[in-house]
Design a binder for this molecule. Structure first.
Ligand code: SF4
Length: 339
């Protein structure tokens, strides 16, 4: 099996160049072909010698995966299906807004975390994606050149695959890569505490945390992760970082009818987040099979939002996108949130 070049740094590409008898500077050239010109084959790297390309191709390939299906919503949202790990599929969802085109990317096939409201969690775990798999979601879609933002909010828990996600973020934000500002990248997590610390230390990108319930015992009913890393600890860690400037933290709160939508829950959230520069996104739940809770009414959601606002917490009700193709960022896979 050939090694994939996509996701490699210029330094790693330089080592590969030397290994196959190309000059050291070919590493930089390869990075340009991969990340600026976004070629799909080594044969297209035409400023490398023909013989060099042939030797390179014996052991390496670009490794960009092409989508096998795409569905388009009436509102322009597009859901792409990518094959990964020989037998699994993941989705990437492109959400167009006025000035923006946001890509919701997957980082794992399935997920180990087992959140009860999530269709991905129900599928079990079918392997990590590597950086080439994740970057393919950016490079192989029709809107590749027009993307403005990304959220790691598709299938999988990105901090459970931090090495590949970190490498992807490096390609997105490095000068030799796509040179995106970290402000264009948001990682969404349920709170994998040790990796969350690494994420906060090692990147400057935004953070979204799937909170869903301020009370640990009740949160644990739907989110087993709570047993390992309590939301209280997660918020305590986040408080140690500065979110008053460019970097932002938000909390995703899917509102389930009569489970987490009472005034007591709103007060619990206010207590948990008091004084933290953040935003709470209230997300309408889309009913899934064999799950006991339903969708909260619009009036209940508004009352919940208003109570948060009165308590000093910035809160918004987020609109769902692409509902006709079940593409509301991960909801086709049943997970975190609509944008
Ligand atoms: Fe995994 Fe996220 Fe689904 Fe939880 S909500 S099971 S972390 S994909």
């Amino acid at each position: 099996m050939k090694t994939r070049l996509l996701g490699k740094t210029p330094e790693e590409l330089k080592q590969i160049a030397l290994e196959v008898g190309l000059p050291a500077f070919a590493g930089k050239q390869m990075a340009q072909w991969l990340y600026q010109k976004r070629v799909r084959s080594i044969a297209e790297m035409t400023n490398l010698s023909k013989q060099g390309r042939e030797v390179l191709s014996e052991r390496y390939e670009v490794g960009m995966v092409q989508p096998v299906d795409v569905q388009v919503s009436a509102d322009g949202t597009k859901k792409y299906l990518f094959p990964v790990n020989a037998s699994a599929f993941v989705e990437a969802v492109m959400i167009p807004e006025q000035e923006r085109k946001t890509l919701c990317v997957s980082s794992q096939a399935g997920c180990k975390m087992g959140c009860k409201f999530c269709m991905t969690g129900r599928q079990g775990f079918h392997g990590n994606l590597d950086a080439a798999d994740i970057l393919s979601q950016f490079f192989a879609i029709d809107e590749a050149a027009a993307l403005t933002n990304t959220v790691f909010m598709g299938m999988g828990e990105p901090l459970d695959n931090w090495d590949a996600v970190k490498r992807t973020i490096e390609v997105l934000t490095a000068d030799w890569g796509l040179a995106w500002s970290p402000k264009r990248v948001t990682l969404s997590t349920i709170g994998v505490l040790p990796k969350l610390k690494q994420y906060l230390d090692e990147s400057r990108c935004h953070l979204a945390v799937s909170l869903h319930n301020p009370f640990p015992a009740q949160r644990e009913e739907l989110m087993p992760v709570q047993k390992a890393w309590s939301i209280t600890e997660v918020v305590r860690l986040i408080r140690q970082y500065d979110f008053s400037g460019q970097r932002r933290v938000s909390f995703e709160y899917t509102v389930f009818d009569s489970w987490n939508d009472s005034p007591r829950h709103a007060d619990g959230l206010i207590h948990l987040l008091r004084g933290l520069e953040c935003r709470v996104n209230l997300i309408r739940f889309h009913k899934i099979p064999d799950f006991p809770y339903g969708t909260a009414s619009a009036s209940k959601m508004e009352a919940f939002r208003d109570r948060l606002t009165e308590g000093g917490i910035t809160a918004t009700i987020r609109a769902s996108r692409g509902e006709d193709i079940l593409a509301a960022c991960g909801l086709l896979a049943g997970k975190h949130a609509a944008l």
